[in-house]
Design a binder for this molecule. Structure first.
Ligand SMILES: [Zn+2]
Ligand SMILES: [Zn+2]
Length: 342
């Protein structure tokens, strides 16, 4: 067959013309010469249609190009590349489309001006407006918090929030927080997430969980409720000593409403219900531990010396064993002296 255009005797590709002539006259891609991209100046999210996303600028630009350019379905395996120079929030770009027609590689280029618009996103405007759906309250049972505990709890909440934000919860933020010796309040933008953070804090620090709703008025002709999630951290802490049922224990770990404790007279483990630990039976924690010098030992007993007073005392070993260190840790509770596991 002869090509109607070039007259050569070659295979006809389409409409009576050969592939070479067809490619000469066909444009496979087309699009606008100006594109607006909106960025939030506070969080650097980009607006994509009606949602805001956090992505690299190059990816966002490619998405916008895909949405606004028309690409002929004839062109296969299309890749889009951009090359931009920025000046005063205006980018002068060259957009290259590469693909295949039959087995011929095609590249088409278009100049494109990209204008960067600034607009505060939905999340940031909520945040600056003090928006919150839930209050996470952390309190202590029958006591106040130490500075160290407050710091630990604040870090725990903040790192949970950061973790969730990184995993894609864009709408999550802490609007405000209050901190006193009595406890911590976090004002959180999403109630379902605030709930799961509260549960995680309870898992980590033990104690009880309560929730309550309060009326926050109408919004879009719907009744809006704000939630308060209260985690009441128990009177005891990890490492505390307490007495229960005539025995003395040290707390190894906390689990919601239960406590894993070590019986100081046998070093065996016991799981105790948190509610069975009376605040009045808690002696304190690591501040009670005294280091003593090991003077002598038998299978079942040791003789230890207080390095401050040089008095020596005998202590029962919780099990038969040989102590190899020169000093031992002890605690005195109700006048009884106990050896602690090293
Ligand atoms: Zn031809
Ligand atoms: Zn924003």
């Amino acid at each position: 067959m002869f090509c109607v255009e070039c007259g050569k005797d070659t295979p006809i590709f389409r409409n009576g013309v050969c592939l070479g002539c067809y490619l000469k006259h066909t444009q496979f891609t087309s699009g606008p010469s100006i594109l607006d991209i909106t960025i939030c100046p506070r969080c650097s999210s980009y607006k994509q249609k009606n949602t805001w996303i956090q992505e690299d600028f190059d990816d966002i630009l490619r998405r916008h190009i895909k949405d606004t350019y028309s690409i002929s379905p004839e062109l296969r395996n299309v890749t889009i590349q951009t090359n931009c120079k920025e000046q005063d929030r205006i980018l002068q770009c060259t957009v290259s489309f590469s693909g295949m027609i039959e087995d011929v590689p095609i590249t088409e280029q278009h100049p494109l001006t990209v204008r960067i618009r600034r607009n505060t996103c939905d999340v940031c405007s909520r945040e600056s407006g003090g928006y919150y759906e839930a209050i996470l309250q952390i309190r202590a049972e029958k006591r106040t918090f130490t500075n160290e505990e407050l710091k630990t709890l604040r870090t725990a909440v903040e790192s949970l929030v950061e973790q969730l934000q990184r995993s894609g919860k864009r709408g999550l933020f802490i609007t405000d927080s209050d901190e006193t010796r009595q406890g911590l309040d976090f004002f959180i933008s999403e109630k379902t997430t605030a709930f799961s953070i509260a549960k995680k804090i309870q898992e980590q620090f033990g104690g009880e969980f309560k929730q309550s709703a309060s009326d926050a008025g109408m919004k879009d002709s719907k009744q809006v409720y704000r939630m308060t999630y209260l985690v009441r951290i128990p009177a005891y802490r990890k490492g505390d000593f307490f007495s229960f049922d005539g025995s003395y224990f040290m707390i190894d770990s906390l689990h919601e409403n239960k406590v894993r404790a070590r019986d100081l007279s046998s070093w065996t483990e016991k799981v105790v219900e948190g509610k069975d630990i009376q605040p009045s039976k808690i002696f304190g924690g690591s501040e009670l531990i005294r280091e003593m010098i090991l003077v002598s030992q038998s299978k079942k007993e040791t003789q230890v010396m207080d390095p401050k007073t040089y008095t020596t005392v005998e202590v029962q070993k919780p099990k038969s064993m040989t102590i190899t260190s020169e000093t031992v840790k002890t605690v005195k509770l109700d006048g009884y002296l106990f050896l602690l596991p090293s």
